[in-house]
Design a protein around this ligand. Structure first.
Ligand code: AP5
Ligand code: MG
Length: 215
């Protein structure tokens, strides 16, 4: 099964993708995570992407589609893909169709996380992750069970994203409204979109997504 998690910054795409990976053994393909890894490693892609990401704007369609194709090629054919933060523009949606078709895959579901943008700034500015394993946390909504220790790997170092400040978040949201939300009708026309209330408790959001995948 191959699915897209669609929603604005802070909607919970990464949070829910991590849970689906654990439950179903699917693979999370987050273009944001791939780009951040490229920035950290100082690769040519990372050098191009760094300033664009810090400004909250979109990296070029060619770069992100190439990253997705490479990741899919590195996966076993039987492993399902969760596209997190991709596609984000109409050309990326076209590329994804080509990428999937050429690998004998098809798109089963698009889950739209329906959220109230005003609440998302608080979600994003409170977010941090384990520096070792990447598990996500939040100052208010999801703290480690033992303060300062990652629940998943026992790590003690945590980090915050450089683009998680209010000004950049506003730009990221404007980019979502202008370029990403308009691709929904493509998938609506195929009858594969389910809207899930992304403002519900995290566990309820997970249950709603699981119900779609198991339907
Ligand atoms: P990317 O990394 O994709 O960021 P984003 O889309 O802005 O989304 P986020 O990761 O901020 O939010 P999320 O939906 O994953 O929320 P999360 O689960 O963490 O992209 C970053 C940048 O890379 C882009 O700006 C762009 O420059 C570039 N880029 C990436 N992909 C690209 C592409 N395809 N094309 C071009 N450029 C691209 O949740 C947020 C917080 O809220 C967490 O702390 C979580 O604990 C909490 N939370 C989650 N769900 C709930 C809930 N139900 N209730 C309460 N709290 C919750
Ligand atoms: Mg994310």
């Amino acid at each position: 099964m191959n699915i897209i998690l669609l929603g604005p910054p802070g909607a919970g795409k990464g949070t829910q993708a991590q849970r689906l990976v654990e439950k179903y053994g699917m693979r999370q393909l987050s273009t944001g995570d791939m780009l951040r890894a490229a920035v950290k490693a100082g690769t040519p892609v990372g050098l191009k992407a760094k300033a664009v990401m810090e400004a909250g704007e979109l990296v070029s369609d060619e770069i992100v589609s190439a990253l997705i194709g490479d990741e899919l090629d590195a996966m076993g054919p039987a492993v399902g893909a969760i596209f997190d933060g991709y596609p984000r523009t109409a050309p990326q949606a076209v590329s994804l169709d080509e990428i999937l078709t050429s690998r004998n895959r098809s798109l089963d579901h698009v889950i739209e996380l329906d959220v109230n943008e005003d609440a998302l700034v608080e979600r994003i500015t409170g977010r941090y992750t384990c520096a070792t394993c990447g598990k996500g946390y939040h100052d208010t909504f999801e703290q480690p069970k033992v303060a300062g220790t990652c629940d998943k790997c026992g790590g003690h170092e945590f980090k915050r994203r450089p683009d998680d400040n209010e000004q950049t978040v506003r730009t990221r949201m404007a980019e979502y409204r202008a370029k990403t939300a308009p691709i929904l009708p493509i998938y609506d026309a195929r009858g594969i979109v389910t809207r899930v209330d992304g403002m519900a408790d995290m566990d309820d959001v997970t249950a709603a997504i699981e119900a779609v995948l198991e339907s």
